[in-house]
Design a protein around this ligand. Structure first.
Ligand code: NAP
Length: 273
């Protein structure tokens, strides 16, 4: 996190609050966990793999942050309910739910297997719904809360090799608006963020030629991403997890008190080109 980013938000902004972040141990989710915990929230990182969760929590604890983890597969509604029960049991409340878990891979639609299709729709769309539905009673009982989901921009114009993810995220956008209307009466604000390209491990993989291809030996993935950014992103660079985390902090803070049902593009202007 840059010093500039730190200075934008008041220290202790989220003191006493609990943020549950699915996919919170890697990539963008971890960037969100870093900023919210730095601003005083206890962050609960939720995903499937202990090899992701354990080092991420250890890293935050080593920096003096308040963090813990819970293992969950967001495709399973019963496991999701159990996750929420565990968080409430351990931390008494859930102020912020960040729906960020996703399955990411490029695949041609003509040969996309039913299982691959189902898996991405279930993680991105069903998972977002199951987690949102499961935290509602907790937030309702507390008098309110904030749910933020990570969407994308690729479905605004179509994106080859991503039929599964674009369909799922279009659903996430629809859910964001509908749940915002249904749950406003409970004081629950629901928004989504649509990031542009952020070079997490998954994105680096997508830029790297397959093993064995002629270019692999000399291929410089950082250079390829820089070239791509200069050509396609008006602000001239790829994003960072911190760019997305700052929008999350804004929406989750009292500055967002009159904002619900919004989908906020954070992409250096990319989708307009
Ligand atoms: P990432 O590092 O691959 O994050 C995906 C996370 O989801 C991982 O922590 C993974 O943890 C978790 N996850 C996957 N399947 C799960 C399941 N069934 N149950 C629970 N957790 C699961 O990817 P990222 O790039 O940071 O992406 C984060 C979010 O931003 C995603 O929603 C993605 O669609 C969105 N996004 C990313 C970009 C980008 O350029 N990076 C652009 C637009 C939108 P486990 O493996 O431990 O389960």
């Amino acid at each position: 996190m840059t010093t500039a980013a730190r200075a934008v938000f008041a220290p202790g902004l989220f003191d006493g609050q609990v943020a549950l972040i699915t996919g919170g141990a890697t990539g963008i989710g971890f960037g969100i966990a870093e900023l919210l915990s730095q601003l005083g929230a206890h962050v609960v990182l939720a995903s499937r793999k202990p090899e992701h969760l354990e080092p991420a929590v250890a890293d935050l604890l080593a920096r003096g942050r308040s963090a813990s983890s819970v293992q969950v597969d967001v495709r399973d509604p019963e496991r999701v309910k159990a996750m929420v029960a565990q968080v409430v049991d351990e931390h008494s409340r859930i102020d912020i739910l960040m729906n960020n878990a996703a399955g990411n891979f490029y695949a041609p639609s003509a040969s996309l297997s039913p299982n691959a299709w189902k898996s991405v729709i279930e993680i991105d769309l069903y998972g977002t719904f199951f987690c949102s539905q499961a935290v509602l009673p907790v937030m309702k009982a507390q008098g309110g809360g904030r749910i933020i989901s990570t969407s994308m921009t690729l479905h605004y114009r179509g994106w080859p090799m991503m039929a599964h993810a674009t369909a799922a995220k279009a659903g996430v956008d629809a859910l964001t608006k509908t749940l915002a209307l249904e749950w406003a009466e409970h004081g629950v604000r629901i928004n989504a963020i649509a990031p542009g390209p952020i070079p997490t491990e998954g994105v680096r993989k997508a830029f790297t030629p397959p093993p064995g291809s002629a270019a692999t030996d000399v291929f410089d993935v950082e250079q390829a991403m820089d070239d791509h950014a200069r050509k396609t992103i008006p602000l001239g660079r790829m994003g960072t997890p911190a760019d997305i985390a700052q929008m999350v902090a804004f929406l989750a803070s009292p500055a967002g008190d009159w904002i619900t049902g919004g989908i906020f593009v954070v992409d250096g202007g990319e989708w307009l080109k």
